[in-house]
Write a protein of this length. Sequence first.
Length: 380
Amino acid sequence: MNIMPSGSFGPIELKEKGLYIVLPDGTRNYFNYYWLRDNCPSSFSSVTRERSFDIFHLETAPRAARAAIEGDVLVIDWADEDHVTHMPLSVLAIYSDGGIRHDPADLPRKAWYSDHYSAIARFSHPELRADKTAVARWIEAMIVEGLTIVTDMPNTNAGLTELVNLMGQVRPTFFGDYFDVKTHINPTNTAYTAAALELHTDTPAEDYAPGIQFLHCRANSVEGGLSIYSDGVAVANAFRAIDPEGFRLLSETDIPFYCEHDSYDMRSRQRVIELDLHGEVAGLTISQHMLDYIDLPQQMLDDYYPAFCRFGKMLQADRFMMRFLMKAGECMVFDNHRIVHGRLAYSATSGDRYLRGCYADRAEMRSTYRALVSEGRFKP
Ligand SMILES: [Fe+2]
């Protein structure tokens, strides 16, 4: 081993709390000793694939006695521990300069507009159950476009659960595991009436509103009741272009949402426009029927309300909003944090209208996608 003495200059320079190393791309990068010791490849179990090393048990701060590059590995001989780390330079290249690990599920979103209906990605229930590559394409469409239609659904409760389980678990809300959208005699929610339901995201009064919504159409023979959908990413990006200050207010200010009836009183604060770690629009939280009294300072409302209303009007604009009739046997699957949905009024006595719905988790969907399309860090 070509070990360099402490403090020497060259491809590696040892310091008190970390070391500098020149990586194969010619850049000189600093790495902290705690980080290098904690992430030593020997810290991870090849069986559980979890970290089995516990850095809290080190008695002294880790410090390199010697270090050298051997082939494509950085070899560190630790000062106060009988341990040698062999760290691949490829790992250092990922994390140099605060880098973020590549995520195959971090795909660019593609905005869609009012003419999108015929282009919606469609998959059949039998196809998804039989073919994992179809599941990967389905989830990819969910990540990129935020909305898909699953056709040929069995007319059963179990059929919906089977579909959800292809991407994750049924994620309960405070309403329970499943919900039934039809006219109720004593409605607790506008959805359970025959009235029009404005574009919204669901359960904004929860701290973490569910990520993926499933609406399984079991019957739809009423007059009216067209479904309406808009892409929050398309609208928010258009809004950003015409009103940057309004966009800033809606993406940085938390406002209150509520959902209250005899036995519950849910409340949360959310931002109307949600940004991802790249600063791109990831989605929305919006619901006129669950918006609480906005409790910002009244003078701030001089700016907030006009921006909020300008954005809300854009959501309803013809160029963004799809209108179509859901058919029995179809299941709409969409990102509840991105796609706003609603329906036009219908005549409750003109026929049957029954949608059965539930939710899954966004992160769990992305997890399933990564497992289907990538090697992962530890797969043998
Ligand atoms: Fe809804």
